[in-house]
Design a protein around this ligand. Structure first.
Ligand code: HEM
Length: 364
């Protein structure tokens, strides 16, 4: 119970910090033109400093208090923000990023990985009930596979480089040293910045390609109630309700948030003014959504590879075996058989994945 209270308190801290950061960022940009160093000197800050110097010579606290109060002073350079020497919310952003997000984000990833490992070792993969028939049905077109794999490879690279940027200094720098860490960080940061826009294009194109099969359908609710097959078999359409949730929440919602905030951090959003507050908010939004989408994708990769026998075939070769389609997407198979959905049944000699080959070997 105590742990729960601590967790709740931490979430409140995150929420309050986010809100106060947001409030700071919403503060209108400093009006440097109207601010003048003489005005400030005439003001109470300068008086307070003068008084303090009389009573405690060498004590500059009032001056630093003023410097740390987000006041805009005069600067002659075009950068309007340079008039604020110390931006107060920068410290809140730093504490949030390097504290709460790094710590909770790290534990979230560890927890998700442990949960998946536990599931695999305790329950094992979902096996095929029937031996593969050798009759193959087109599951994904060449274009769908090309876009999916470009999205997958760019995402995995983004995740690895991003996690290095966030956690590298804590876990790897003590081992590999400052210099090597600095070189890797420089390379990873640039790779990360370039792949972000490619990933964005992929989610937009993949969304257009498969959205029609991810709309809610009859049977989705029954599939969810059956716990995705844990409490009895329920037929599914081309994509089951679990895949649809992943499509809408994981790829579409989180994908859009992580990509959009990444564009802000890359400074490639036309017309946007990049204040310090803008970048801090974008950074926090990017980190939180990135950590969540990584957890989603970890689950997706597990289910699509070692977690479900034969699942990778469709994405790898374009074709799945009929017995796999019957077990996992019965409504879809019936629609293909009745001619409602056009799908190729060729080629007979389409390559089987290693998993399917193993199943054929063990069942014949
Ligand atoms: C190495 C990484 C990945 C692997 C191994 C993988 C594997 C797969 C497999 C096997 C399927 C086919 C499932 C089926 O036939 O029903 C699939 C579908 C799909 N994948 Fe991935 N994937 C990866 C990364 C990603 C990423 C990064 C995203 C997006 C963030 C993504 C989004 C999707 C979507 C949306 C579908 C179709 C399901 C639907 O629309 O409901 N995948 N993936």
């Amino acid at each position: 119970m105590n742990h729960f209270k601590q967790l709740l308190a931490s979430f409140m801290v995150v929420f309050v910090c986010l809100m106060s950061g947001f409030a700071h960022a919403q503060t209108p940009a400093p009006q440097v033109e109207s601010a003048n160093i003489m005005d400030v000197e005439k003001g109470s800050d300068a008086n307070a400093q003068r008084e303090r110097a009389k009573t405690q010579p060498g004590n500059n606290a009032p001056m630093w208090r003023a410097v740390n109060s987000d006041q805009a002073h005069y600067v002659s350079i075009p950068n309007k923000e340079a008039g604020v020497l110390i931006q107060k919310s920068g410290q809140e952003w730093r504490l949030l990023r390097n504290g709460v997000i790094t710590v909770f984000g790290g534990w979230l990833i560890v927890l998700a990985a442990s949960g998946i490992a536990l599931l695999y070792f305790m329950k094992g993969p979902i096996k095929l009930n029937e031996a593969p028939t050798g009759r193959k049905i087109e599951r994904f077109t060449a274009l769908e596979r090309l876009v999916h794999w470009t999205m997958a490879y760019s995402f995995v690279t983004l995740a690895i480089t991003g996690l290095f940027i966030l956690f590298g200094k804590h876990f790897l720098m003590p081992i590999i040293g400052h210099t090597v860490h600095g070189i890797i960080l420089f390379i990873f940061k640039n790779v990360h910045n370039i792949l972000g826009p490619l990933f964005t294009v992929c989610i937009v194109v993949f969304f257009v390609l498969v959205v029609k099969d991810n709309l809610p359908q009859k049977g989705d609710w029954a599939w969810l109630k059956s716990g995705g097959g844990i409490f009895g078999h329920v037929d599914a359409a081309r994509f089951n309700a679990g895949e649809k949730i992943y499509f809408w929440l994981g790829m579409t919602a989180l994908g859009t948030i992580v990509a959009a905030s990444g564009w802000v951090l890359d400074m490639i959003v036309p017309g946007l003014e990049y204040w310090r507050g803008t970048m801090q908010i974008a950074n926090i939004v990017h980190l939180v959504s990135a950590l969540l989408i990584i957890v989603f994708v970890m689950g997706h990769i597990y289910i699509g590879t070692i977690g479900t026998e034969g699942a990778i075939d469709g994405m790898k070769t374009g074709y799945c075996d009929e017995s796999w389609a019957r077990q996992h997407h019965g409504i879809w198979l019936d629609d293909i058989n009745s001619g409602k959905i056009p799908a190729s049944r060729e080629p007979e000699n389409a390559p089987l994945s290693n998993i399917a080959k193993k199943i054929v070997r063990t069942t014949t």
